[in-house]
Write a protein that binds this ligand. Structure first.
Ligand SMILES: Cc1cc2nc3c(=O)[nH]c(=O)nc-3n(C[C@H](O)[C@H](O)[C@H](O)COP(=O)(O)OP(=O)(O)OC[C@H]3O[C@@H](n4cnc5c(N)ncnc54)[C@H](O)[C@@H]3O)c2cc1C
Length: 422
């Protein structure tokens, strides 16, 4: 006999816990199944030096927010684990740790959930299992010479993990620029292959760029408002790092420090890495987009004079690239001893036996309402809003989706009554 509950939430990261908070508020019985410990991804899948790139004041979940002495600081991984674990205790989330979900399949009246510790039956499932379970590594990896070591951000912990010698970092989004900088600082020469990226200053007119993104409403843009949702969901993470100095980390910072920039890695043939000749265009485009964003900030500041900071706009330099960056690199020459694939992450739904994935393996959903009755998703990029995959973005999504779920269970009236008395 399988155990019965109304809702199974898969994953005890911030998203699953925030959903648990809302379900408890609505009086809906549920369990949160977690394959590791609470905040498992932050504990086990990040590199040692990582800090949040969102400031502490932005770390907020339904019923909980950062209240420490450094609202403008950036949490270390230990601090994030503490923040999320404290939340789990605070909201008394019914988490079962070390309970890996191995299969979810449909039944006549809901879902059958198989775990390593027994089975459950439920009417509704919330997939809060994360958007970053697996590294995305391009197929060219297969063509790497066997004596060049290969790392993803999920198995990289610190520069000392890499062999001595040159490192090719592929990808110049948040992860790529952060790893390029720290690996270069360890004394290993770094070449950075740069594809499409988003350039951002850490601060603008004296305030953190996240303050601007928040205040101008950019992070609140809805998935129904953007022209090209597929593209919006694929936008790379911005070149940002959270440090006590609150410094900008862009390609100019890296080249000034001695990192060599090359174009996007296009192919590896006979041990020879080939880079796209588009570096100049790619950086020009990123500069243009950043200039447009700063103009948008200015427009907003002009319209809301009372809220706008009084500091003048800081000048910024266009990204500097060599007139003729290298187009090729012989990976057999010994110059490069390891490659770090900072080429993105994707969710893992290999255990989901419900026909809701498209041909590319992406979940078919409408703002988190998955294309199967009673199935919901959380934490995915631009799920309902631009901020959806961030810590501070989950609240709006869980409020909406828990109400939808209550309606699915036929208790929308109770949910409304509770909301009215809240
Ligand atoms: C490198 C990196 C840096 C980031 N920096 C920031 C930042 O600065 N600020 C910010 O707001 N966001 C940041 N994010 C984005 C986001 O906040 C994190 O990815 C966050 O962990 C997402 O929370 P989540 O609850 O959606 O997923 P997760 O935290 O990944 O939680 C999912 C949980 O599901 C569990 N799980 C998965 N599969 C199963 C299964 N089959 N059975 C049981 N349990 C399962 C996992 O163990 C995990 O604990 C960052 C992401 C990455 C990858």
């Amino acid at each position: 006999m399988s155990e019965r509950t109304s809702v199974v939430v898969v994953g005890a990261g911030q998203a699953g816990l925030a959903m648990s908070f809302c379900l408890s508020e609505l009086g809906i019985d549920h369990v949160v199944l977690e394959r590791g410990e609470v905040a498992n991804s932050w504990r086990t899948e990040r590199w040692d030096s990582l800090r949040l790139l969102t400031p502490n004041w932005q770390s907020r979940l339904p019923g909980h927010r950062y209240r420490g002495p450094d609202p403008d600081g950036f949490m270390s991984m230990a601090e994030v684990v503490d923040f999320v674990s404290t939340y789990a205790e605070l909201v008394r989330a019914p988490v079962r740790t070390h309970c890996k979900v191995t299969r979810i399949g449909p039944t006549d009246d809901g879902y059958h959930v198989a775990t390593e510790n027994g089975d459950l039956r439920c009417k509704s499932v919330v997939l809060a299992s994360g958007a970053n379970n697996l590294p995305v590594v391009p197929a060219v990896r297969e063509a790497l010479p066997s004596d060049v070591a290969s790392f993803t951000p999920m198995d990289y912990r610190r520069p000392g993990d890499l062999p001595e010698g040159g490192v090719l970092v592929v990808g110049a989004s948040a992860t790529g620029v952060q790893l390029a900088q720290e690996i270069h600082a360890s004394g290993r020469p770094v070449t950075l292959a740069v594809g499409e990226h988003v350039r951002l200053p850490r601060r603008y007119r004296g305030l953190d760029v996240q303050w601007w993104m928040d205040s101008t409403g950019i992070l609140d843009e809805s998935y129904t408002e953007v022209d090209d949702l597929v593209r919006a969901r694929g936008v790379p993470s911005p070149q940002l790092v959270g440090t006590p100095e609150r410094s900008t980390l862009d390609l100019n910072t890296l080249t000034d420090g001695g990192v060599e920039l090359v174009g996007r890695l296009a192919a590896i043939r006979d041990g020879y890495a080939q880079f796209s000749g588009s570096l100049k265009n790619v950086v020009a485009l990123a500069d243009l987009k950043m200039a447009r964003l700063l103009d948008r900030f200015e427009d907003w500041a002009g319209e809301t004079e009372a809220d706008a900071p009084s500091d003048p706009p800081e000048p910024w330099d266009p990204t500097r690239v060599s007139a003729s960056p290298r187009l090729g690199l012989d990976l057999r020459s010994g110059e490069i001893r390891s490659v770090v694939w900072a080429t993105g992450f994707k969710p893992d739904y290999s255990w989901l036996d419900v026909p809701v994935l498209d041909r590319k393996g992406k979940l078919r959903h409408d703002g988190g309402v998955v294309a199967a009755p009673g199935l919901y998703a959380l934490g995915l990029t631009f799920l309902r809003k631009r901020k959806s995959s961030f810590i501070h973005g989950v609240e709006d999504d869980v409020r909406f989706l828990s109400a939808h779920l209550a309606a699915h269970l036929g208790i929308a009236g109770r949910a409304q009554a509770l909301a009215a008395t809240a």
